[in-house]
Design a protein around this ligand. Structure first.
Ligand code: UDP
Length: 314
């Protein structure tokens, strides 16, 4: 069988690098594109010598040119934590819009299958709970998170337009909060923040009342869902996430328990437009992809905590 080739934008990032691992392990050729603004070479260093792996330092908001025939394009490039996209508002808007356009252009040229990493943020601060794919969302277009939310909403719209107009086989994964090894300790999200804090015996910073909810999916479950979606016949968006919902206070208690550290909580202001409740309805993923997350939060957190511990002491 001829070796298949996949281009992964954001391939040096948290999820992108795990996707690179998946495809290399399955004998694909991988082009990993990343401008390393939020990605990190350490995530893919172990792949650099592999004959099937090529890293290209490139900002996908600019035209993408590759020498080879491509079979799949997975568009994962974007700052993805609220702290990062607040620091990088214009690059975030550009990679979600121009970057998606360029990635779709690469798909069109190669007649390649395309998968967009979309997000639960397209639901904004949702008024419907849990969130089903049919919900249109509640986004503040001009708020600080709008740069990410609207870029991803545009990305979904242009993906469907390429599917309808150019008959590209496109997939849209709406990714809910995901965690695991290779997150950046300073990306500002709740998982690395709390892990950094317990590892340094600092109080856990709870934003707002801590009664807002999230549900956390372990990265390997997420990657499994993405691959199933890529191999499915679906072209409409699919929620991929863990439906076990926790308040941030419950989550902080769990981190204390897993780490065995008796740290205190400090309360800090809630960031603007922080969603109050978030939980995916994964009915479609279950029924059509036969997918549901398997990793319990406690288990995944224990592995993630020890990974960060090693990474910090390196
Ligand atoms: N959060 C918190 N303390 C922190 C970081 C985040 O209480 O140190 C809260 C944040 O306000 C939000 C939730 O945790 O309600 C998840 O935030 P994160 O930045 O991980 O991602 P989001 O789901 O908001 O995109």
């Amino acid at each position: 069988m001829k070796t298949k080739t996949v281009a992964i934008t954001g391939g040096a990032g948290f999820l992108g690098s795990h996707l690179c691992d998946h495809f290399i392990a399955n004998d694909y050729r991988v082009f990993c594109l990343d401008n390393l603004v939020t990605g990190n070479l350490n995530n893919i260093r172990h792949l650099l010598k592999d004959k099937n792996f090529e890293f290209i330092r490139h900002d996908v908001s600019k035209t993408i040119k590759l020498k080879s025939k491509i079979d799949y394009v997975l568009h994962f490039a974007s700052p993805a934590s609220p702290v990062d996209y607040l620091k990088l508002p214009i690059p975030t808007l550009k990679v979600g819009s121009l970057g998606t356009h360029n990635s779709l252009g690469l798909s069109k040229l190669n007649k390649a299958k395309f998968l967009l990493a979309s997000t639960s943020e397209i639901y904004g601060d949702p008024l419907v709970h849990p969130q089903k794919e049919t919900y249109w969302g509640n986004v503040n277009t001009i708020g600080p998170r709008g740069v990410y939310d609207e870029a991803k909403r545009f990305a979904e719209a242009i993906t469907m337009a390429y599917h309808r107009s150019h008959k590209i086989n496109t997939k849209i994964a709406r990714i809910f909060n995901t965690y695991g090894p290779r997150m950046r300790i300073d990306d500002g999200r709740v998982v690395p923040n709390f892990i950094y804090q317990v590892l340094h015996d600092k109080p856990l910073t709870i934003y707002g009342s801590g009664k807002q909810t999230r549900s956390f999916c372990y990265y390997s479950d997420l990657i499994d869902g993405i691959i199933r979606l890529l191999n499915s016949d679906l072209n409409s968006p699919v929620n991929i996430g863990n439906p076990d919902e926790f308040t941030i206070i419950e989550f902080a208690e769990l981190i204390k328990e897993v780490s065995g550290k008796n740290v205190k909580f400090v309360y800090e202001p809630l960031p603007e437009d922080d969603p109050k409740r978030r939980r995916p309805d994964i009915g479609i993923a279950k029924k059509v992809l036969g997918w549901a997350p398997k990793t319990k939060l406690k288990e995944g957190l224990a592995i993630t905590l020890s990974w960060f511990q090693k990474d910090i002491s390196r």
